[in-house]
Design a protein around this ligand. Structure first.
Ligand code: ZN
Length: 339
């Protein structure tokens, strides 16, 4: 099952956390117009975190990311760096200052997970949850949202250096999965750090504001595998989100062998396929899904088989996941586990 509001995290600050206009003249190596950003989160993109959403570059009620792709939703004003599971979040992922600056304001003490447990009303006016706003030279600002309750390590007025920990990724405010919502503003106007100054609808124009050393890591991925592995029981989106499904070691008496994949960014018309093979290479389970009817923020596929009466053969079990579009493989992953 897919969470209905999956893409939600935060639109803007409200109320007591309103924007204050003051700025300071920091000495910076950045040019007068642009800022150079470091990673705002201590993770490796594509391995320990993933971009779920970009800034909505489409001013209409529909939504497009800076490549005119689907990785955003209407009026989304930042970049969402998602960690793959609650277990990964609970292990601790630091939120980092993306550039030198000074802390303008903070909020802490908003509970983690309130939006998942109750409803949107519970996080009204605190959509950002626990957050930090840092001001930088030349009227630039960065904002960090949904941080873990009690994790903030800075206070208003603190001078911070690029890469300095501000706190940890959490689940506070308007979010139902752990991630950092990161907003960049210049002169109080929201800027997409992947496409600064791009003409609306340019599908890839504008300036990257990221440090050049990060640009390969930050290359646009239309589709991404968030989790993949084997488990011995029926898999659910909640089990994957908890992080327990990925970590299971299969044993010879496992009641079932199930391979699973959760992916983000799949498009209408994509066809997913997952097959599982025993140590002799025979296919023991297969799942070829119907073409997706619409774009999906996240989707899950699994294929598995119950333990045969004779038990499991020892050896390597392999699975292959692929996504095809117009006859071309556009995403693929091979998995392996040993009994
Ligand atoms: Zn967001």
């Amino acid at each position: 099952m897919m969470a209905r509001n999956l893409t939600l995290c935060l639109a803007c600050f409200h109320g007591a956390f309103a924007i204050v206009g003051a700025t300071f003249g920091f000495v910076s190596s950045a040019s007068a117009q642009s800022i150079q950003l470091g990673m705002p989160i201590a993770c490796e993109l594509g391995r320990t975190c993933y971009i779920q959403n970009y800034v909505d570059a489409d001013p209409s009620p529909s939504a497009k990311d800076y490549k005119c792709g689907t990785l955003t939703y209407d009026a989304h004003n930042g970049t969402d760096f998602r960690v793959p599971s609650l277990q990964a979040q609970q292990a601790g992922v630091e939120v980092l200052a993306a550039a030198n600056g000074r802390v303008l304001r903070t909020r802490d003490g908003a509970p983690d997970g309130l939006f998942r447990k109750s409803a949107r009303e519970a996080v009204r006016d605190v959509e950002c949850g626990n957050g930090v706003v840092v001001e930088h030279a030349e009227h630039w600002e960065t904002q960090y949202c949904h941080m873990a309750s009690g994790s903030l390590q800075v206070k208003s007025g603190d001078v911070v250096k690029v890469g300095q920990p501000l706190g940890r990724v959490g689940l506070s405010g308007l979010t139902e999965y752990p991630h950092l919502h990161f907003t960049v503003r210049h002169g109080n106007v929201v800027v997409d750090p992947f496409a600064y100054g791009a003409a609306p609808g340019s599908c890839g124009g504008g300036e990257l504001l990221w440090d050049p050393s990060l640009r390969a890591q930050l290359a646009y991925q239309e589709r991404t595998i968030l989790n993949a592995g084997f488990t011995s029981r029926p898999v659910t989106m909640d089990l994957i989100e908890d992080g327990k499904a990925d970590k299971e070691l299969l044993s010879a008496d496992a009641p079932a062998i199930v391979a699973f994949v959760r992916a983000i960014g799949l498009k209408a018309g994509d066809v997913q396929w997952l097959s599982v093979r025993d140590p002799a290479g025979h296919v023991i389970a297969e799942n070829r899904a119907a073409p997706l009817e619409r774009d999906k923020a996240q989707t899950m596929l699994f294929a598995g088989r119950k333990r045969p009466a004779s038990g499991w053969e020892k050896g390597n079990y392999k699975a292959t996941y692929s996504v095809e579009r117009d006859g071309q493989v556009v995403l693929k992953r091979d998995l392996e586990t040993t009994l």
